[in-house]
Design a protein around this ligand. Sequence first.
Ligand SMILES: NC(=O)c1ccc[n+]([C@@H]2O[C@H](COP(=O)([O-])OP(=O)(O)OC[C@H]3O[C@@H](n4cnc5c(N)ncnc54)[C@H](O)[C@@H]3O)[C@@H](O)[C@H]2O)c1
Length: 332
Amino acid sequence: MARLLVTGGAGFIGSNFVHHVLDHTDHDVVVLDKLTYAGNLASLDGLPADRFRFVQGDIADPTVVDELVGGVDAVVHYAAESHNDNSLHDPRPFLDTNIIGTYTLLEAVRRHEKRFHHISTDEVYGDLELDDPARFTEHTPYNPSSPYSSTKAGSDLLVRAWVRSFGVQATISNCSNNYGPYQHVEKFIPRQITNVIRGIRPKLYGAGENVRDWIHADDHSSAVLTILDRGVIGETYLIGADGEKNNKDVVELILTLMGQPADAYDHVTDRAGHDLRYAIDSTKLRTDLGWAPQYSDFEAGLAATIDWYRNNEAWWAPTKDGVEAFYASKGQ
Ligand SMILES: NC(=O)c1ccc[n+]([C@@H]2O[C@H](COP(=O)([O-])OP(=O)(O)OC[C@H]3O[C@@H](n4cnc5c(N)ncnc54)[C@H](O)[C@@H]3O)[C@@H](O)[C@H]2O)c1
């Protein structure tokens, strides 16, 4: 049994991880989350009070971070500003949280000699051509495109330096695009699903040829637990489930699964600098640590996610109108 500090545990992937840990292990969890617009306490409803505690605070605040890190065995660091579109409009919070916040956590785990796992993204590698057969590996050079991905890349490099210079006991994982319950409706898949539920036509950036490599958030969680358990200190592991799909196919599949004509969507102006294709080779994680995803069928995982949004309108309804008004103001 271990005590885990999970930063960003009220966000999409962090909250999925907290549920996964409490369901599948005997670890206790403390969540540290600032509750930005992306955090939602309702994502943590119903968790056992004797094994779970929530603290509202900023990962860039050294006082709260030091106190919490001192009381746990390991830190799993999900907290981030995570939305590419927002990073194009206002990059500053991305620097504060993704860079200074990660630095603050690294200094605390260094002081208290605690295990640290850093959650990152495949977007640090930039993008691949649509017709390129290559996939990202742990050896792909960093080449981030946006303020979001460049600050995540910077945070990864800080972790590597703290391992090398100060002997911090850290691992890093870079994961592909997640889908599943508790994802904010500003993001591609939940936005389209909730549009269909509301009778709004889904919106597709550009021609929709951009390819994303989808993984169910629960598979991301099991991979992170595997790395915490058996990962080699100082190593990076790529997490992916061979889920490459272009955005047009995903929108059409959502419409079909929701009983609508597959072409009942609109094209909107593409995002500036929109990465073309991401694809993950997760051989190292599978071979060295024996991990495998449970959701190998994207269509089944997507159908389950649609059911979740249908059954949990109270969770997403309060944010939906504001998100659509924001996108409308950008012509998207
Ligand atoms: N969403 C994806 O597909 C994806 C893929 C790969 C990696 N990641 C990484 O996974 C992590 C989580 O992503 P997500 O999609 O769940 O993000 P999210 O935006 O849904 O959640 C982020 C959480 O962090 C909290 N937070 C933000 N700034 C904070 C601060 N300064 N102090 C404390 N808490 C703060 C927010 O309140 C929110 O609860 C991020 O590090 C992201 O880079 C995401």
